[in-house]
Design a binder for this molecule. Sequence first.
Ligand code: AP5
Length: 222
Amino acid sequence: MTRSRELDVVLLGAPGAGKGTQAERIVARYGLPHISTGDMLRDAAAAGTELGREAKRYMDTGELVPDEVVIGVVRDRLAEDDTRDGFLLDGFPRTCEQAERLDVMLAADGRALTHVIEIDVPEEELVARLAGRRLCRECGRSYNVVFDPPGREGVCDACGGELYQRDDDDEETVRNRLAVYRRQTEPLVEYYRGRGVLHTVRGGGKMPDEVFSQVTAILDAA
Ligand code: AP5
């Protein structure tokens, strides 16, 4: 689909709310560059860079990586040419400091967020989703042993790669990630409501395509 206007979008939601799942669909439909701070930090950790090693210490316990580190990563990414006509931020901002700094970064370019889409899912469903998530080591495709299982256990349907569980998807770390979300990230819902850009979609008990219909209704509205 071609876009008639700039979309500068943030996806907001607790761990397991389906940000990555919806991001894949949004990118395919609207052609926005997908900027996932979680993916960028995991890539840095896998590459063993200094930033990655520092980030991994926080990620493995479910704590947030310090603001200065993440803000620097996002600033560099938003300076790239492909974000000129729009972007999809997934997992950033996650603190008020990050949100304020993002506003300043965009304002410096005469821009402002056009949409913040919050995906709202009840907590027990989040825990079940994350316990069941599996990812392909080769192509990164995401599965869920309950909600979206692969045809053959442990094997990616798309490329035959091995499926694995993320280090921070064990139950104890998931509980901490959810507590961190409530404490540090949920206040952003009111922050963005106050700026008139917040839209909430109901994700609980709904298939990914049903959630996506709500998302497209928001992004396609004039
Ligand atoms: P990050 O990678 O951003 O993880 P997260 O926010 O915890 O989110 P997840 O990736 O776990 O979930 P998701 O909402 O994308 O759900 P998904 O679509 O995969 O961050 C990881 C860590 O990095 C943080 O803890 C922090 O340490 C650090 N970090 C990242 N950004 C940071 C920042 N800005 N500041 C500081 N630190 C930062 O779906 C989950 C599962 O549910 C999948 O199995 C999927 O198949 C299934 N599913 C999805 N939708 C549905 C549905 N509708 N119905 C049933 N199942 C579904």
